[in-house]
Design a protein around this ligand. Structure first.
Ligand code: ADP
Ligand code: ZN
Length: 814
């Protein structure tokens, strides 16, 4: 068991990050037999209280811990590091910066159930087979290997157990009594397969005896002339696997484990028209040239690649990736959601083929492990994925791309609450790689960094194919005659005329309604009941197709009632419109026109956004209605009209980023129109025709937006001019929550640094009640992020339980 601390300085100790809410590592003693195997980045099993957890070794040292009992580590899991030093460094940085427990941070770096890494096959040498065992463990190992031949180390560990097994294996290898052979790969799917043993088919048939099934197995394999999986053989012959096993035992067949690369949800390349070769424009050539130069310098460099929607930014970074690979370094591409840009996945696949690893967020377990492993072994040299791909174990990283860097999806909303873009910059710095942030509508943070010279700017000035940006058309909803209640949706005459024109010309249309479901409220006309969620206190959205009332905040659902559950009247009315109702209304106005919806419900129903996008791309569907999903980097050359049914959805939100979000959404949706040879138009319906975000989006005046918005942020001390930490306290009991947040506030106000920090609140959060909990918040803003973090730590807030959320650089303040 554990040794008392400090009794012999010659020992070895390891500091381990375990997945518990602790802001430090735990120290364990390391039995001498394992010393040779353990290094930073190796996983171990260690006792934590009464449990046994898997943690990552961060440090191996000889400094005897003083003043507390040290326990032994239980088991070493990997034969080599699963994370290299730069990634461990990134984890330390992220844990510190986001005030997150180090063990929980590291958990985000690794696939959930990664098998022992670097596992080998163990085989006895002649010396090992013939020599006299020198220990009981060696005797057990020898017997096991004599019986089973070469076996995977992980399997032997499972079968024999014993804490000293690994240590003994390493020792025996040193004495050349056994050898450790590299296994091909441990991820992917293992399948049992068989092939005919050497010899003539007649001989083999002979050895089958009289069993007709056995003879059929040999006949089949002879006819196939290749190995086949046990399952294939059993099903084609119609025999049980026992027959096949028997044939293997008597030596007619050789049985082995086949490892296949899983077929990912790949896009069928063959039914695509081959893309015409692209002749780069001068501005693109210049940007590529600058990036090639940066890559040749083998130093960290931060770049921003800007330019209007459709200016060919993707083409620029694809070529930079190719250049990076030429110099034998790897590339990492982050996107908000790869499922929404199948065209990018396709382009990457076309160019990089088997050297590409795709980390979809909806990969199955086996596929995820396989892609992770292909990256870790260096087989995959280009990695594309969502924010968590920033932790992919890429070797020799040369280039990091963050596409659509302004997208809020880069912020993770659970511990560790990191920002993918910011960690990507950090990661590039650690790796001395080049980082490129890409966007037509950069975040305000990036704009300020540009202004301050922290990023070098590469800008594309023209639209690909010589097209112009779409003409913006404003519809002032205040002058329209319709029901003006919030959430109501109206097809103005102007919008309808534009739709008629586009459809009449054989073109396609995209319509944005950033709200799912049929109607935001189902209201009882008789008694005013509006079907609020008991846990969140907000009206449930009516989903008519599914006949359910859904709370969009916590996801809880109820069957939609026929009559009011409060007063019993049949007086229920759907108020306002979501995508489902917009689709209905559209079908009334345009019968016979093929229309599709793209939103989270549709994706869930059909299983993939790609299918919906492909139907639209093929032209079979003429009109696509959807939430902000339709605004992402799609390229549909036949879309000449995009329409925003209401630009006001976000503007009323009590969040300082609401205006930025509105501008960026409008600009992105505008950018979907007119990307082909025909000019595009862009209709915006709003109650705020004079708002600067709407004006700027309509006029494509990016500078005007940036000027106004930066002025607003500076005047009111918001990011990017300050750093922001949100503290959010959740409590089922309102009074207790109020008391606790008040106490935290007074603690912070008593901190010596408090005078240079703005502390807003405590106040109820804009969504005051969610999932049955009351929510209270404090916003800390100050010139230095380090100072804010120090205050939080000095007040011991990081040690509090998980009902206090500490969100550094919070994106969503609702
Ligand atoms: P962005 O990312 O800037 O919105 P994309 O990179 O998606 O724009 O480019 C839009 C389309 O223009 C793509 O189909 C791309 O292949 C094409 N394209 C890019 N560069 C050129 C060029 N120089 N000439 C013609 N087409 C181009
Ligand atoms: Zn709810």
């Amino acid at each position: 068991m554990g040794r008392p601390a400090g009794d012999h300085a010659a020992g070895t100790w390891i500091d381990v990050a375990v997945p518990v809410p602790l802001h430090r590592t735990l120290t364990y003693s390391l039995p001498p037999a394992w010393e040779r195997m353990v290094a930073p980045g190796v996983r171990v099993r260690a006792p934590v209280g009464k449990r046994s957890l898997t943690g990552v070794v961060l440090r191996v040292h000889h400094e005897a811990p003083i003043g507390f009992e040290v326990r032994d580590v239980e088991r070493v899991i990997d034969l080599g590091p699963v994370l290299d030093e730069p990634l461990l460094e990134l984890a330390r940085f992220a844990a510190d910066y986001y005030v997150a427990p180090i063990g929980e941070t590291l958990r985000a770096f690794l696939p959930a159930d990664l098998a022992p890494w670097g596992s080998r096959r163990v085989r006895l040498t002649d010396a090992g087979a013939l020599g006299v065992p020198r220990s009981e463990t060696e005797r057990r190992i020898r017997e096991h290997l004599l019986e089973h031949g070469a076996v995977a180390l992980a399997e032997m560990q499972r079968d024999l157990g014993g804490d000293d097994l690994l240590g003994e294996v390493v020792e025996l290898e040193r004495q050349h009594r056994l050898v450790l052979e590299t296994l091909e790969r441990s991820g992917g799917r293992y399948r049992s397969a068989v092939e005919l043993s050497a010899g003539s088919v007649e001989d083999l048939l002979e050895r089958c005896g009289r069993s007709p099934k056995a003879r059929s197995v040999v006949d089949l394999l002879a006819a196939l002339g290749r190995p086949a999986t046990t399952r294939e053989v059993a099903s084609r012959v119609g025999c049980s696997p026992a027959v096949i096993r028997r044939l293997a035992r008597i030596g007619v067949l050789r049985q082995f484990t086949q490892i296949e690369r899983l077929a990912l949800d790949r896009h069928r390349l063959e039914d695509r028209r081959a893309a015409p070769p692209i002749e780069l424009r001068a501005d693109q050539r210049q940007a590529i040239g600058a990036l090639e130069q940066a890559l040749a310098a083998h130093r960290f460099g931060a770049y921003f690649l800007g330019g209007i929607t459709g200016s060919g930014k993707t083409e620029v970074y694809l070529r930079a990736l190719a250049a990076c690979l030429e110099s034998n370094r790897a590339g990492l591409v982050l996107v908000p959601e790869i499922g929404l840009v199948p065209s990018l996945a396709r382009a990457l696949e076309e160019r990089f083929g088997d050297r590409l690893a795709i980390l979809h967020s909806n990969l199955g377990r086996a596929e995820r492990l396989q892609e992770w492993e292909r990256i870790h072994t260096g087989e995959a040299r280009v990695v594309v994925g969502p924010r968590s791909a920033v932790f992919a174990p890429v070797i020799d990283l040369g280039l990091v791309i963050v596409d659509e860097e302004h997208d809020a999806a880069y912020k993770q909303e659970t511990v560790p609450r990191y920002h993918g873009r910011d960690l990507a910059l950090m990661r590039a710095r650690e790796a001395e790689a080049v980082a490129v942030l890409v966007s037509a509508t950069p975040s305000l943070e990036t704009r300020l960094n540009l202004e301050r010279g922290r990023f070098r700017e590469l800008r594309l000035t023209e639209r690909a194919g010589g097209g112009a940006l779409p003409e913006g058309i404003l519809v002032d909803l205040r002058r329209e005659r319709f029901d003006h209640r919030p959430g109501a949706v109206h097809f103005s005459d102007t919008l309808r005329a534009e739709i008629d024109r586009a459809l009449g010309g054989g073109e396609q249309v995209v319509l944005l309604r950033n709200r799912r479901g049929f109607s935001p409220v189902l209201l009882c006309r008789a008694c005013g009941e509006d079907m609020r969620c008991e846990d969140c206190g907000l009206a449930r959205t009516y989903h008519r197709r599914a006949r359910r009332l859904v709370c969009h905040y916590c996801g809880s659902t109820l069957p939609a009632p026929e009559r009011c559950p409060s007063c019993g009247e049949e007086a229920l009315e759907a108020i306002g419109a979501g995508t489902e109702r917009v689709e209905d209304r559209f079908k009334e106005l345009y019968p016979g026109i093929a229309v599709d919806v793209l939103d989270r419900d549709a994706v869930q129903r059909t299983g993939s956004a790609a299918a919906i996008l492909e139907r639209f791309e093929s032209g079979r569907v003429r009109v696509l209605i959807g939430t902000q999903m339709v605004s992402k980097g799609h390229h549909f050359p036949d879309v000449t009209l995009t329409g925003v049914l209401s630009a006001d959805t976000y503007l009323g939100f009590p969040d300082f980023r609401a205006v930025e979000r509105t501008y960026s959404l409008l600009t992105q949706i505008a950018g979907r129109a007119g990307r082909g040879s025909r000019p595009g138009r862009f209709v915006v319906q709003t109650h705020y025709p004079d708002h600067y975000a709407i004006r700027a989006a309509l006029d494509h005046d990016d500078q005007a937006f940036a000027r106004e918005e930066l002025r607003f942020r500076r005047t009111f001390h918001y990011p990017p001019y300050t750093r922001l930490v949100q503290l959010l306290l959740r409590d089922r009991n309102r009074a207790r929550g109020e008391e606790r947040i008040a106490e935290i506030a007074s603690q912070l106000q008593g901190h010596p640094q408090a005078p240079s920090v703005r502390i807003a609140g405590p106040s109820p959060a804009p969504l005051e009640r969610l999932r049955g909990q009351y929510r209270f918040q404090l916003l800390l803003r100050g010139p230095s992020g380090a100072q804010l973090r120090a205050m939080v730590r000095d007040c011991g807030l990081h040690e509090s339980r998980d009902d206090l959320v500490i969100d550094v650089d919070a994106q969503d303040l609702l």
